[in-house]
Write a protein that binds this ligand. Structure first.
Ligand code: NAG
Ligand code: NAG
Ligand code: NAG
Ligand code: NAG
Ligand code: NAG
Ligand code: NAG
Ligand code: NAG
Ligand code: NAG
Ligand code: NAG
Length: 491
């Protein structure tokens, strides 16, 4: 793959008429050009080179750019504020001036045209639409000295990976109303590589910043954009209401991109995530609500969240997770029409003693797992705590969870639900499950401290902890071993 930045510069040079006229004034240059052209032609006989040319053409269509719709009364162009999309000029001041103008005027739309718009973090304002044209790339500067520090999130008490303050997000918003980030699939690129390397070498003194973080806000829409290579979590709505995320693409390398979660709804209410593709270096979606004593004190649940029509991949973690930070509670979550492919886990609920809170009223429907090591996981000993101040007797409640229409192929362990004596998993229902397994062992539907039922046909056959009902809802066989630890190996 050619480096997009270099491609863009190359393209710009050829767009400039002066570049050619200056060259053509000299005969010698003209000769050189002809020779060069001949050489290039010969080179293109090679199939690989022809392929590359086709690819080049494909990524830079000659077609005129799609006109940008007018979505607010007042429309600005980032270039009106002195921005230069060359991938080198720092445009933070242009973004700030543009957004400050929108703030003064009570709202507006900011168009970002094709180009590479390098910037340090900036803040959004209310009643604004950030519109990223096709081939518009907002590039986050990868030098942490440009990233402001912010206080820890109150429900975490900590930066998250480091105590004390944390870096803010590239695109940030607090206490806002009516904010839209959309476009013709333009990109926000966090250039996370240097962050990930520094994190692994323990060269960072503070927690890395997310790509987009919107806090204490309402009426937020993020759609038709690509978010990639975030330094840390990619899209983090924190204590927000009425959030819609649709038709987004979220990308990060599937390994060596630590903590690049796709979307982290955190203490949020009334939210939809739909029609999107996510492939990242950690959970594709992770629903959270604060961490141990800090999350319990903050006390804001994540609730009424609908997640549907997603294709996700997570080689390191899971497709859709709940937790492990869930101390404010998580309830009324629906996950529908989810395809998880080439991943470590399909869906996972993770918690531990000390979290408090609850996970309840969770509905999974029509999940497809394609080459996934463990399909469904509930884990109650995820012992990662902010500090020694957590209360080990703060036990989370895990209950009222249903799984309907589960399909898959190439699954090693379809189900692994590990409750414990202190944190039992209650009222689980499985209905209509049929997955192809890749590992012929006996105990691949693994349970401990689980209570619940299966209804109708289930393959592979369920653990002894569950009551078995037929399609008509008649009890066929009650659970024989409620608290058995039905595992004979681990990996
Ligand atoms: C912004 O302005 C520049 C310079 O006038 C123009 O070339 C570009 O097409 C405009 N872009 C958008 C998105 O309106
Ligand atoms: C954004 O606003 C928050 C809250 O006022 C502030 O802490 C942060 O430093 C601002 N970020 C930038 C980049 O100005
Ligand atoms: C948006 O761009 C991403 C990254 O280039 C691409 O993978 C995706 O298919 C595009 N989405 C649409 C709807 O064109
Ligand atoms: C981290 O802290 C050390 C010691 O205070 C300091 O020397 C170093 O410059 C800091 N690094 C960063 C990236 O801020
Ligand atoms: C949004 O995503 C859905 C599902 O992926 C797709 O069918 C639809 O065409 C997309 N809409 C647009 C406008 O791209
Ligand atoms: C549960 O969440 C859905 C959105 O997924 C919402 O429509 C519904 O009203 C919520 N139910 C309750 C009882 O709040
Ligand atoms: C189930 O989800 C898949 C995508 O994973 C989708 O193609 C299919 O239409 C869904 N089935 C139903 C009945 O909604
Ligand atoms: C068990 O959970 C289901 C949802 O999965 C709920 O409808 C039902 O009321 C729960 N049963 C009890 C006894 O709480
Ligand atoms: C199940 O038993 C094994 C062996 O005794 C033990 O190592 C494992 O921790 C137990 N698992 C749970 C979830 O209790």
């Amino acid at each position: 793959m050619a480096d997009p930045l270099r491609l863009s510069r190359l393209n710009r040079r050829h767009d400039n008429p002066h570049f050619f006229t200056t060259l053509l004034t000299s005969h010698r240059t003209l000769l050189t050009l002809i020779w060069t052209a001949a050489f290039i032609l010969v080179a293109f006989w090679q199939k690989s080179a022809v392929d590359r040319l086709l690819h080049f053409r494909h990524s830079w269509p000659a077609a005129p750019p799609r006109p940008i719709p007018k979505l607010r009364d007042l429309v600005f162009n980032l270039t009106d504020f002195g921005a230069v999309g060359d991938g080198v000029t720092l445009n933070t001041a242009a973004f700030e001036r543009a957004i400050s103008e929108i703030r003064k005027r009570g709202g507006g739309q900011l168009n970002v045209g094709p180009g590479y718009w390098l910037t340090a973090p900036f803040n959004l304002t209310s009643h604004m639409t950030l519109f990223l044209a096709q081939d518009a790339v907002v590039l986050g500067i990868d030098d942490e000295n440009y990233w402001p520090l912010m206080p820890p999130l109150p429900s975490y008490g900590y930066g998250r990976e480091r105590p004390g303050p944390r870096y803010g997000s590239l695109i940030h918003g607090q206490n806002l109303k009516d904010v839209v980030i959309t476009g013709h699939n333009g990109t926000i690129n966090g250039q996370g590589k240097r962050w990930w390397e520094k994190y692994k070498k323990k060269m960072l003194n503070y927690t890395r910043g997310p790509l987009v973080q919107i806090m204490w806000s309402r009426d937020i829409e993020i759609s038709h954009v690509t978010l990639r290579d975030s330094p840390f979590w990619t899209l983090h709505p924190y204590d927000c209401q009425n959030v819609i995320i649709r038709n987004v693409t979220i990308l990060a390398p599937s390994s060596d991109a630590p903590n690049t979660d796709g979307i982290d709804p955190d203490s949020c209410e009334n939210m939809v995530i739909e029609d999107s593709y996510i492939s990242v270096g950690d959970d594709a979606v992770a629903i959270k609500s604060g961490w141990d004593q800090y999350g319990i004190a903050y006390g804001r649940p994540s609730t009424n969240i609908l997640i549907r029509n997603l294709i996700v991949r997570s080689k390191i973690s899971a497709g859709v997770s709940i937790g492990s930070e869930m101390s404010g509670g998580v309830s009324n979550i629906t996950v529908q029409n989810l395809l998880v492919w080439n991943s470590k886990r399909g869906i996972r609920i993770k918690t531990s003693a000390g979290r408090g809170g609850y996970v309840r009223d969770i509905t999974y429907q029509n999940l497809t797992f394609d080459s996934v090591r463990v399909g469904i996981v509930i884990k109650t000993d995820y012992n990662e705590h902010p500090d020694e101040g957590y209360d080990p007797s703060a036990l989370p409640v895990i209950k009222d969870i249903s799984f309907t229409s589960i399909r898959g192929q190439g699954i090693r362990i379809p189900v692994r639900i590990y409750g414990s004596q202190e944190i039992p998993v209650r009222n689980i229902t499985f209905k209509d499950m049929l997955v192809g397994i890749s590992y012929k062992k006996k105990h691949i539907f693994q349970c401990s401290y689980v209570q619940g039922r299966v209804i109708g046909k289930i393959f592979p056959s369920p653990c002894d902890n569950l009551d078995i009902y037929d399609d008509k809802g008649r009890l066929v066989r009650p659970a024989t071993a409620r608290n058995s630890n039905d595992t004979d190996y681990d990996f």
